[in-house]
Design a protein around this ligand. Structure first.
Ligand SMILES: Nc1ncnc2c1ncn2[C@@H]1O[C@H](COP(=O)(O)OP(=O)(O)OP(=O)(O)O)[C@@H](O)[C@H]1O
Ligand SMILES: [Mg+2]
Length: 156
């Protein structure tokens, strides 16, 4: 019997260079912790603690996490925060909650009533909602991590 090395070609997904994901309790404390840990993660990635972009990400995380707790909570279930620095130079924020039946509208005209999604809309280059099977949803937002025309994190 001959042994041949078999080469299996696995399709490679483009992976973000830096990513973070964590589960939090669906409480005000959990939402606050999500914002604090997001900032700590950005600082660990070399972002300035008091920078404009860091503040923008913190605000977006705070509003999406608060919404997950206020509007997307199911008893006994938490929410998940994901951060990923994309090759495009944007920082993608994802907040996943277990309540897929109630979806905030991603259309800018429909962002009325509260101020949370208005803030997200103003700070994010883009944002939206997609289902998170089997029964949840992810509200995502992308914030520019770079100054225009600069290929590395700026001195914000
Ligand atoms: N994660 C979510 N799950 C379900 N519905 C949501 C979620 N996030 C937002 N919504 C819906 O979108 C609406 C607008 O959200 P927004 O954050 O702008 O306002 P708010 O949370 O009602 O008030 P505020 O943020 O000012 O305290 C909410 O009232 C809610 O109906
Ligand atoms: Mg809100």
């Amino acid at each position: 019997m001959t042994s041949e090395s078999v080469q299996i070609e696995t399709p490679q997904q483009p992976t973000p260079a830096q990513q973070f994901t964590q589960l939090f309790s669906a409480t005000r404390r959990g939402a606050r912790l999500a914002r604090l840990l997001a900032v700590e993660q950005l600082v660990a990635w070399g972002w300035p603690r008091d920078g404009e972009r860091t503040d923008a990400v913190a605000l977006v995380v705070a509003e999406l996490a608060a919404n997950a707790v206020m509007h997307g909570r199911l008893d006994g279930r938490g929410f998940r925060l994901g951060l990923a620095l994309l090759p495009s130079g944007r920082l993608r924020i994802e907040v996943t909650d277990p309540c897929g039946e109630r979806l905030p509208s991603a259309s800018r005209e429909a962002v009325e009533g509260g101020r949370g999604l208005v803030i997200v809309d103003a700070l994010a280059a883009d944002w939206g909602v997609h289902p998170y099977p089997p029964s949840g949803k992810t509200v995502w937002a992308e914030v520019s991590a770079m100054r225009a025309g600069v290929g590395r994190p700026p001195c914000w």
